[in-house]
Each structure stands twice: as structure tokens, then as C-alpha cells.
Design a protein around this ligand. Structure first.
Ligand code: HEC
Length: 145
């Protein structure tokens, strides 16, 4: 059941119009969307194993987590410039409360860095998805439309 909840969270987090950023002209907006898509791709790699669509591979999961911690450490820089685009889902609150926003990014960096290297069995995937998914959605619920 826990695993099911984690997978549901994952679907919520990674489901976005896949090419939501096609046609985005602002380079800052495009860069931050690409960063988010990279996070989402790594979540999907892990999610695919949790759903049994791919064989469990501890090393691949630990590598994905390491990439995610690096990507998430870039969030602050990617959002520093206040930029907008008709397709952007970023809320103005990001720049009104930038320290609150970067705290959420730091949380994801810490969670993913802390988990990277610890994954040993398939049973670790459910708790991982739950914890990381929560970190994504905590930021999205406040700072993304
Ligand atoms: C610190 C806040 C924050 C964290 C943490 C965060 N996101 Fe985001 N995410 C955003 C914001 C803000 C946007 C909207 C960006 C825009 O449209 O300009 C977004 C957009 C997205 C998008 C849509 C990208 C596109 O092409 O339009 C996806 C997918 C996404 N995030 C996945 C994730 C995943 C997966 C995680 C966790 C592993 C995550 N995000 C963590 C703030 C965050």
C-alpha cells in the first residue's frame, strides 16, 4: 500500500505536458524547465523499477539520486533571474519569497544526496519515492501554478 501511494505521488509529480516547454522563448524559463525535466526523468527511471517495468538496478538508482542532488543544487541559480513566459507555471511568490523557495530546493538536494549510495534493495524504492516525491510536491504546491 505504501508503495502504491509512493507511485501515485510520483505520477503526480512527473506528469506534466511532456513538451510543455516547446515554444518557450525566454532562455531563463527554458533552462529552468529543462532542469525540472531532468529531475523528472530520473524520477521516472526509479519509478519504472518500483512499478516493475524495469529490472531493479541499485547502482542506477544511486546514480540517478546523485544526478538529482546536483540538478537540485542548480535550482537556485536557475531561478535567480526573475523571468516569465506565457507558458511558465512559476508563481510570483518565488521572487517575493526567494529564501523560502531556496529552502525547498535545499531540502531536495539534502534528501537526494542523503539517499544516494544507500539504496540496496527493491524495498528501498517505495520509501525513496515517497520522500523525494514529497520534497518535489512541497515546493510545487506553493511555488508552481
Ligand atoms: C524549489 C522548488 C521546486 C522543487 C524542489 C521542485 N520543483 Fe519542479 N518546478 C518548480 C517550479 C517553480 C516549476 C515551474 C517552472 C516554470 O514553468 O517556469 C516546476 C516545474 C516542474 C516541471 C514542469 C517542467 C516543464 O517543462 O514545464 C516538472 C516536470 C517538475 N517541475 C518536476 C519536478 C520533480 C520531479 C521534482 C523533484 C524531484 C521537482 N520538480 C522539484 C519548482 C520546484
Amino acid at each position: 500500500m505504501k508503495k502504491l501511494i509512493a507511485i501515485t505521488t510520483l505520477t503526480l509529480v512527473t506528469t506534466s505536458a511532456v513538451f510543455a516547454h516547446s515554444g518557450v522563448k525566454d532562455e531563463h524559463v527554458l533552462a529552468r524547465m529543462k532542469g525540472m525535466s531532468a529531475l523528472s526523468e530520473d524520477m521516472k527511471i526509479i519509478g519504472g523499477m518500483a512499478k516493475g517495468e524495469a529490472a531493479f538496478d541499485a547502482e542506477a538508482v544511486n546514480d540517478a539520486l546523485a544526478r538529482m542532488s546536483e540538478e537540485s543544487a542548480r535550482i537556485e541559480g536557475l531561478f535567480e533571474t526573475r523571468a516569465d513566459d506565457p507558458k511558465s507555471e512559476a508563481r510570483a511568490l518565488i521572487w517575493e519569497d526567494f529564501s523560502g523557495f531556496t529552502e525547498r530546493a535545499d531540502d531536495l538536494t539534502k534528501v537526494t544526496a542523503g539517499l544516494s549510495g544507500t539504496i540496496q534493495s527493491e524495498d528501498d524504492l517505495g520509501p525513496l519515492l515517497k520522500q523525494v516525491g514529497k520534497s518535489c510536491s512541497t515546493c510545487h504546491s506553493d511555488y508552481r501554478e
